[in-house]
Design a protein around this ligand. Structure first.
Ligand code: NAP
Length: 217
């Protein structure tokens, strides 16, 4: 909901949906300045669709949700897979599929991975105008350069330095618990952290992060 709030403030028309239906979102939508809609209507409401739901919930989205949505509509996956804390185990991801590749497979549609590696509080409070010293950077991964360009622009508009990380195949570099995960880094430091990540440690990074979260609860 932080993204909805910030995007409305930037002048975007924002629609929001959840599993309980638009009526359940009336008060929140009014407070944010968004339009409450059904999941089906959310998928076709705009130029960018942001999936901001628990990973396990992606499998519950209506079948064929994006079937009639124009291919120019960009889908952003901001999710993080938390098998122990929230999602339960998803075999394909446990067997080495990347989080966002699994999401893309479930919805039958390419996704851009972004915003998964910044905490809600930072997203809400730490965006600053381009050129501001110590501006936090956010990386974006995906296979369509047009879609990625749109999301990199959105990152900049939201107050963060956009960093093109590469193709979705490389998006493990910003998955849960990696060196680039939720550290509010500036662009050069973020690029170093992304480069430093070790693919053989994906499961370990995730488990360490889940342990950190568990300790903090
Ligand atoms: N919080 C953060 O700082 C942060 C930062 C980066 C990434 N993320 C990731 O972003 C995702 C969302 O995180 P969050 O913190 O926003 O979680 P959250 O507070 O639990 O919100 C999840 C939202 O998803 C909706 N939802 C759940 N199941 C659904 C379904 N089947 N269909 C449609 N909507 C559904 C929920 O509403 P209903 O239950 O009413 O349907 C709720 O509005 C997670 O994967 C998380 O790991 C979170």
């Amino acid at each position: 909901m932080i993204l909805a709030r910030r995007l409305h403030k930037l002048g975007h028309h924002v629609s929001i949906a959840n599993s309980r239906g638009p009526e359940s979102l009336t008060a929140l939508a009014a407070e944010i300045g968004a339009t409450p809609v059904s999941i089906v209507d959310a998928a076709k409401a705009g130029e960018i669709v942001i999936l901001a739901i628990p990973t396990k919930a992606v499998a519950d989205l209506p079948r064929g949700l994006f079937a009639n949505v124009p291919s120019s509509v960009v889908v952003i996956d901001i999710g993080n897979y938390h098998p122990e804390l929230r999602d339960g185990h998803i075999d394909a991801i446990d067997r080495d599929m990347l989080d966002s590749q699994w999401v893309a497979q479930q919805i039958g549609r390419p996704v851009i991975k972004a915003f998964n590696n910044i905490l809600a509080k930072s997203l809400l409070e730490k965006g600053v105008p381009r050129g501001t010293r110590r501006r936090i950077a956010l990386s974006v991964y995906g296979d369509s350069s047009d879609a990625k360009t749109a999301v990199l622009r959105l990152v900049d508009d939201l107050g963060f330095d956009p960093v093109d990380g590469g193709d979705l195949d490389d998006s493990w570099r910003q998955q849960t618990g990696t060196p680039a995960y939720c550290h509010d880094l500036e662009a050069a430091a973020l690029r170093r952290a992304l480069a430093e990540a070790d693919r053989s440690r994906i499961a370990e990074y995730r488990a360490e992060q889940e342990a950190r979260i568990r300790r903090s609860l």
